[in-house]
Design a protein around this ligand. Structure first.
Ligand code: WQD
Length: 346
């Protein structure tokens, strides 16, 4: 079976995708600098897959080190490029860090793909490229007028870099625009990690329910939405992982000749922040302490997907309901708490 390089293979979506690839019989070579010190992920993926899983700790902005990695490994059939900084608020405070890391790492990976004649390329993009849209649900033809965050712009520019590289590297590329990945592997062994205060909604919500933070702060209740809070399309991270396997099989089974497709990965349903709190409480029976705070810079008002192209082109459908996102996220939170307690107990 094919050997696939997964950059960011120890990250949130990357680790779930690496597991899905291993379970389908692929050999997976991960490149991850482990910036969140997620050293446990390698062992967890080996445990869950029963397969060998190896991560190489390289900063993708170091082209010399990356070239050495590819020179030492032959017969790589494809690359899935996840590695990037991904926090909207942080991107607004540290724009040059985000442009430098997210774009240079992508360029270096594309340089190596071309030098080693690797044609199958999957790029991790984001619904953040759409910004505030005029019509919903969002299709792949919806114009990407003005991204609301630096993070969204790094993904928008990244897509153009991939497109421009396709003809000169003869790539067969799929650009996957994730809406809001959430939840965790059913074991809880993979999921969001807890380095630092939780930034995304679902981990912040479970942290508040677990008492790790005093309360969830809802960033604004004065948006032009039914309950005044922002609307997003939350999709189970395991569904996202399965979409990557299908996208990879799509490009591996295509004929020769350069090509690029953009595909939305979302559930197709939008939920507001308050609806997410309600869904968590109804699913788990737990209360989420929260308060309404000011808006967060970089937030779009409402965005959710039309995923019919993913179904038509890749044969992909999101399978896991919102309740499974909440249950798996809560199971992940409980495992993180248990690990923190056992670590402090020495
Ligand atoms: C969702 C909503 C917040 C935290 C991110 C990034 C990127 C992308 C998708 C892959 C917003 C509100 C959040 C909190 C809150 N991933 N919120 N209180 O910013 O939509 O997108 O995930 O591409 O990582 O673009 O996700 O979970 O941060 O926010 O009220 O403590 O929840 O304002 O409306 P976002 P998010």
């Amino acid at each position: 079976m094919h050997t696939i390089v997964v950059t960011g293979g120890c990250g949130y979506i990357g680790s779930h995708t690496a597991l899905a690839l291993l379970e389908k019989g692929y050999e997976v070579l991960s490149i991850d600098v482990l910036e969140h010190n997620q050293t446990q992920v390698e062992a967890d993926i080996c445990t869950l897959s029963g397969k060998a899983f190896q991560n190489t700790r390289i900063n993708l902005c170091n082209l010399r080190a990356l070239r050495r990695f590819f020179a030492e490994r032959k017969n790589i059939a494809g690359i899935i490029h996840f590695a990037a900084h991904k926090l909207v608020p942080e991107s607004m405070q540290r724009p040059l860090r985000y442009y430098g890391n997210n774009l240079l790492s992508l360029i270096n990976v594309l340089v190596c793909a071309r030098e080693h004649n690797i044609k199958a390329f999957i790029y991790s993009s984001s619904s953040a490229v759409y910004g505030n849209v005029n019509s919903l649900p969002v299709t792949e033809e919806t114009p990407c007028f003005e991204q609301q965050s630096v993070y969204g712009r790094t993904k928008y520019f990244g897509e153009h870099i991939v497109r421009d590289a396709v003809p000169i590297a003869s790539l067969r590329a799929v650009i996957l625009r994730y809406f809001n990945p959430a939840g965790a592997h059913e074991s809880g062994l993979l999921g969001e990690y807890d380095q630092g205060p939780p930034q995304n909604l679902v981990p912040a919500l479970t942290a508040a329910a677990a008492g790790i933070i005093p309360e969830l702060v809802v960033f604004g209740k004065d948006y032009p939405t039914p309950d005044g809070t922002c609307i997003r399309d939350y999709v189970h991270v395991m569904d996202i992982a399965e979409a990557h396997v299908k996208a990879l099989e799509y490009v591996l089974n295509q004929g020769d000749g350069p090509s690029v497709e953009v595909v939305n990965l979302g559930s197709g349903t939008g939920y507001s922040v308050l609806q997410m709190i309600e869904a968590f409480e109804n699913t788990t029976g737990l209360k989420v302490p929260y308060r309404i705070g000011p808006r967060r810079s970089g937030d779009a008002v409402a965005v959710y997907a039309d995923h019919s192209k993913a179904t038509r082109l890749l044969g992909w459908q999101p399978r896991r309901p919102l309740s499974e996102i909440m249950l798996s996220a809560w199971r992940r939170r409980q495992l993180l708490v248990e690990r923190a307690v056992s670590k402090s107990a020495g």
